[in-house]
Design a protein around this ligand. Structure first.
Ligand code: F6P
Length: 364
């Protein structure tokens, strides 16, 4: 019997369970494969006692529409940077990858399918370089991976953000206010851009285009010059004024390597007030609502395609690669290529041109 290990790493994302289910269902056609899952990314392998579960058809029945991941996840630490507490109370990152690979050998693991974003696929590449039979499946609500046309979870996040804009438009109009909605996306503005276009926002501020607060205010005032004006602004968590740094949250968590972005909606509100904005302003931070709950149909379908493809890559010994969607095909790219360039919104992005075409201001 051969064993394939599934790992879900990084932030959770609607569609993860649909990928797990698809891998297990596809593998069930093969007599000699058992699928197991490591609990909480690779931590399940590294912990004593080991935390892995057998994933059979019974275990994954009906999970295709469930948010989250039945095998849990983490975006802290990992086999190459395991957090260890020093005697003086400080923390160090320790490389436990060799120990983990030995343990996987002991557990009879022949292949690994690592479902995760850029950080997880960097781990996949490093494990592959150490001889591990690993395949990556791209996962991110941020849509910041350039090696695939899209990832599951992203369209669900866009849908949730758009519904938030729809709700904020009616309250902004009722009170003649400026309503600022902060959405996720890290350093990529895709969720904000799509939600602004779909929701009919007047202003959209993205990490890729640092804004000039006077230009934002100019646009706000122009809208209020109309009878009973109101303004809806969608701002990406990574957006910032020209010459300013990202807004970050101060609480540091052990093993958390990324900067925690957040708080830019309030920063913008204060910047607008300091610049002389006299209108009433309210802010909403959509946060993890964008990641929780059921995936929309599109993401369930894409996730299922990714899962089947990933297991077929295992069968074909196509290791060191990541599943990729290149319309209309589900294909693959080398992990090395997959982690090279982030997918950011560019000035030439056709949706940017569309947005400018309908008069959305980017404050630039
Ligand atoms: O990468 C996905 C994402 O949701 C980002 O959009 C966001 O910046 C980050 O994860 C939040 O991470 P956490 O769950 O640790 O707060």
């Amino acid at each position: 019997m051969k064993r394939c290990l599934i790992v879900t790493g990084g932030g959770d994302c609607p569609g993860l369970n649909a990928v797990i289910r698809a891998i297990v269902k596809r593998a069930s056609h093969e007599k000699d494969w058992e699928i197991v899952g490591s609990i909480e990314a690779f931590n399940g392998i590294l912990r004593e006692p080991t935390e892995i579960v057998v994933l059979d058809e019974h275990k994954v029945a009906g999970i295709h529409y469930l948010g989250g991941t039945i095998i849990q996840t983490t975006n802290k630490g990992g086999p190459f940077a395991w957090p260890v507490k020093n005697k003086d109370g400080t923390w160090s990152a320790v490389d436990r990858s060799d120990e983990m690979l030995r343990k996987m050998q002991y557990l009879g693991i022949d292949a690994v399918i690592n479902i995760g974003g850029d950080g997880s696929q960097r781990i996949s590449q490093k494990l592959f370089e150490k001889g591990c039979n690993v395949i990556g499946v791209p996962k991110t609500i941020d849509n910041d991976l350039s090696a695939t046309d899209s990832t599951f979870g992203y369209q669900t996040a866009v849908q949730i953000a758009t519904e938030a804009v729809d709700k904020l438009v009616t309250t902004a109009a009722s009170h003649n206010r400026v309503l600022i909605l902060e959405v996720m996306g890290r350093y990529a503005g895709w969720i904000a851009l799509n939600a602004a276009v779909a929701g009919g926002a007047e202003i959209c501020l993205l990490p890729e285009f640092p804004y000039d607060v006077d230009k934002v205010l100019e646009r706000v005032n122009k809208r209020f010059a109309r009878d009973r004006g109101f303004v809806n602004i969608v701002i990406s968590e990574g957006a910032h004024a020209r010459g300013k740094d990202y807004s970050t949250l101060s609480q540091q968590e052990i093993g958390y390597e990324n900067r925690r972005l957040g708080g830019v909606a309030n920063v913008l509100m204060n910047e607008l007030k300091d610049a002389g904005c006299e209108h009433s302003i309210r802010t909403t931070v959509l946060g993890h609502l964008q990641r929780g709950g059921i995936p929309i149909a599109y993401d369930r379908v894409l996730a299922t395609q990714f899962g089947v493809k990933a297991f077929e890559m295992v069968l074909n010994n196509e290791f060191g690669k990541m599943v990729s969607y290149r319309h209309p095909n589900i294909t693959s790219v080398s992990l090395e290529e997959a982690i090279q360039t982030p997918n950011l919104v560019g000035a030439d992005t056709s949706l940017m041109k569309t947005a400018r075409g309908i008069g959305i201001s980017f404050g630039d």
